[in-house]
Each structure stands twice: as structure tokens, then as C-alpha cells.
Write a protein that binds this ligand. Structure first.
Ligand SMILES: NC(=O)c1ccc[n+]([C@@H]2O[C@H](COP(=O)([O-])OP(=O)(O)OC[C@H]3O[C@@H](n4cnc5c(N)ncnc54)[C@H](OP(=O)(O)O)[C@@H]3O)[C@@H](O)[C@H]2O)c1
Length: 274
């Protein structure tokens, strides 16, 4: 699996496996299939209520811990100076791990006003070795600037909603310019139509790949890492098989033209999720 070097010096797989919305044994089995298909990054969150299933898959895979990259996230209700440490410890307990590779603040929720102090606690946990790389999710440049100024540690990753309908070029460029890796969530738009758009299927037919592969490759060629989800082993394999073909500049523009300027529903400036 190809990787990108984070600002911590650690390598992160460019393609990860999104575990939402699976839970329980179904989740563990799907994750084991994903690992067998070559995925080495597992993306979970306290709010997905499947960290236990992710931990079970890590153990059942038989792979050395160092070969897997596990990301989890601080949920809204656990933000705060006095709660962030306990939240990470509870996630580690559910995962059955003694560190996570990447810990993200799930949403900034600026009106709540606790994301900066939460990040400061995460910086302590990073120094203690419980978090290998510090990250954020759904952070706008101003939120990244605030946590960086408070701690001197710029987030290694910002996991953002990016896909053809929401290509967000200015946001992506602003985050990337500071050396933070953008990782796209819902990169396939939950298969709500974009994978069958004529612009996508024309490229897919010419290259002999699927529409999902075209969309994921389009993101990778913008230096954006991806965490697609599929519960199906065949689609899991295809979604990770992105390095044997490439899109031309014309292809890139054709996919980008699918963005009609419709704003994301979950605006990071106001969205709250506890
Ligand atoms: N940070 C955040 O705030 C945030 C928010 C949302 C999600 N996430 C993370 O991002 C991950 C991915 O996002 P997502 O799950 O919302 O959406 P997604 O990856 O864009 O789409 C997943 C859906 O697409 C289908 N699919 C996958 N591969 C396909 C293919 N090759 N052809 C056709 N359909 C395909 C899947 O169905 P099948 O299972 O039937 O294949 C599933 O219904 C999540 O699992 C989660 O880890 C993070």
C-alpha cells in the first residue's frame, strides 16, 4: 500500500478502510476481508461504536501491530480539558491497543469553544506516546491555525468531506499548503449517483476500471488520501487497487466539473455532533 509521509515523519497509507456504519461481528468480518484485500489503515471513531470490533479484527488478523495504522476520533461530548484524556484512554481500552496511530478531533464545534483545549491535551498524549500523530477532522484553516498557535504542533491530517460534488479546491489547498495531509471522507458520496455520472463512466470504460476507482484516483492525484467504505470484498479490493492507472489532465477536469457548487450539508463552521 502506497503511503504519504506525515509531518510527524510517520508514513500513513494513502488508502484506508472506512468502518462506519458497521458494528459487531459484521464489522470485524468486513475489516478482516479489507485487511486481506491489502488495506492497512482502519478508520474508526468513538461515535461509530465499533472500536471493539476494530480491535478484534486487529488481533484476529495476526499482523504485527506496527503493520496496521489505526485512526480513531474524539467525539463532541468528550471535548474538554478534563475529559479528552479519559476519552482517548476509553478508546484504547475498547480497541485493546496501547496507542493509536492517529487521533482526530471529530468536529471543531467552534460555538462550544472546547476544541483548542482538547487539542492541547492531545498534544500531551502525543508526547506520552499514546497518540503517534495528532489530527483533526472537519477543521477549516482558522481552526487549524488556532490549535497550531496554542500548541506549536500543526495537525498531521485533516479528514474532510471531499468528493466530485464537493471538490473544495480552496479549502484543500489552504490545508495542504501548511503541510497537513487532507484525507477525504465519503469519497464515493455513499454511492448516491456520482459513480454513475457519464463523465465518470466514460473515463472508467476507457481505462477498464470502475467508477469508484476513477473517483478515488481523482482524489489521490490531488494529493488527497481516501478512506472509502465497502462491506463487499470485491468492491473493497477494487477500491484499494488505484495505482496501476492514472487520469489525464482532461479526465481530472471532467471529474472536477461535476461540482455544481452545492455546499456541503454538514458545514464545519456550525455543525455539531455529540
Ligand atoms: N470525519 C467524519 O466526519 C466522517 C464522516 C463520515 C464518514 N467518515 C469516514 O469515512 C468513511 C467513508 O465514508 P462513507 O462510508 O460515508 O461513504 P463512502 O465511502 O463514500 O461510500 C460508502 C458507500 O458506497 C458503497 N460503495 C463502496 N464502494 C463501492 C463501489 N466500488 N461501487 C459502488 N458502491 C460502492 C458502499 O456500499 P457497499 O458496502 O455495498 O459496497 C457504501 O454504501 C466512513 O466509513 C468513515 O470511516 C468520516
Amino acid at each position: 500500500m502506497s503511503t504519504v509521509k506525515l509531518n510527524t515523519g510517520l508514513e500513513m497509507p494513502l488508502v484506508g478502510y472506512g468502518t462506519y456504519p458497521l458494528k459487531g461481528r459484521r464489522a470485524t468480518d468486513a475489516i478482516l476481508a479489507a485487511i486481506a484485500a491489502g488495506y492497512r489503515l482502519l478508520d474508526t471513531a468513538a461515535s461509530y461504536e465499533n472500536e471493539d470490533a476494530v480491535g478484534a479484527a486487529v488481533r484476529e488478523s495476526g499482523l504485527p501491530r506496527a503493520e496496521l495504522f489505526v485512526t480513531t476520533k474524539l467525539r463532541g461530548r468528550d471535548q474538554g480539558r478534563d475529559t479528552t484524556r479519559a476519552a482517548l484512554e476509553a478508546s484504547l481500552e475498547r480497541l485493546g491497543l496501547d496507542y493509536v496511530d492517529l487521533y482526530l478531533i471529530h468536529w471543531p464545534m467552534p460555538a462550544v469553544g472546547k476544541y483548542i483545549e482538547s487539542y492541547a491535551v492531545m498534544a500531551d498524549l502525543h508526547r506520552e506516546g499514546l497518540i503517534r500523530s495528532l489530527g483533526v477532522s472537519n477543521f477549516l484553516p482558522e481552526h487549524i491555525a488556532a490549535v497550531t498557535a496554542a500548541t506549536g504542533l500543526r495537525p498531521a491530517v485533516d479528514q474532510l468531506q471531499v468528493s466530485p460534488s464537493h471538490s473544495r479546491p480552496e479549502l484543500v489547498a489552504a490545508v495542504q499548503e501548511g503541510g497537513t495531509v487532507v484525507q477525504a471522507w465519503s469519497p464515493l458520496e455513499r454511492n448516491t449517483g456520482v459513480l454513475d455520472a457519464p463523465a465518470v463512466t466514460a473515463i472508467a470504460d476507457r481505462l477498464g476500471v470502475t467508477g469508484a476507482q476513477v473517483v478515488l484516483r481523482w482524489l489521490l492525484q490531488r494529493d488527497i488520501a481516501v478512506v472509502p467504505h465497502s462491506g463487499d470484498p470485491t468492491r473493497q479490493r477494487a477500491n484499494a487497487d488505484l495505482f496501476g492507472f492514472s487520469l489525464t489532465a482532461e479526465d481530472m477536469a471532467a471529474v472536477a466539473a461535476l461540482d455544481k457548487g452545492v455546499p456541503v450539508k454538514q458545514d464545519p463552521a456550525t455543525w455539531e455532533e455529540f
